[in-house]
Design a protein around this ligand. Structure first.
Ligand SMILES: [Zn+2]
Ligand SMILES: [Zn+2]
Length: 138
């Protein structure tokens, strides 16, 4: 556990941010999560701590701007955050019934060589959202 904390501290400092306890807690929570989490959910999960929601929101945006978190809007106008694990963003599955979000690292968007679409597509600067019913709603 202490080793993990050292690692978090080093990651935050390497991006030029101060390693405050709330920042480390937010990053630790998101690294342990297997799906993107909204500010409201992060604040709820850290509710036993003394930090207010505004502090947690600032931590999320600071960590996102520093490149440690990725921020995504999956179509419901709610920002969700997840830890950046590698530099290729993966598609996300969104349940159209209950709104559950799942990461789909195993799904890849294949861009054919002759694609004439926007440059962002060829450069993979796009987000892929797959919509359907989750297992619980199917
Ligand atoms: Zn569902
Ligand atoms: Zn994801």
């Amino acid at each position: 556990m202490a080793k993990n904390l050292d690692e978090l501290r080093a990651a935050v400092r390497a991006r030029g941010l101060r390693a405050t306890p709330s920042r480390l807690a937010v990053l630790e929570l998101l690294r342990a999560s297997d799906a993107p989490v909204s500010h409201a959910d992060v604040a709820d999960r850290l509710a036993s701590q003394a930090w207010d929601r505004a502090t947690i929101y600032r931590n999320l945006t600071d960590l996102a701007e520093a490149g440690l978190l990725r921020r995504t809007d999956l179509g419901d106008h709610i920002w969700r955050f997840e830890a950046v694990t590698d530099d290729t963003a993966h598609p996300h599955f969104v349940c159209t019934e209950c709104g559950t979000v799942k990461c789909l690292p195993e799904l890849e968007l294949a861009v054919l060589r002759k694609t004439k679409g926007p440059r962002a597509l060829r450069q993979r600067q796009v987000e892929v959202h797959v919509r359907g019913l989750c297992d619980a709603c199917l």
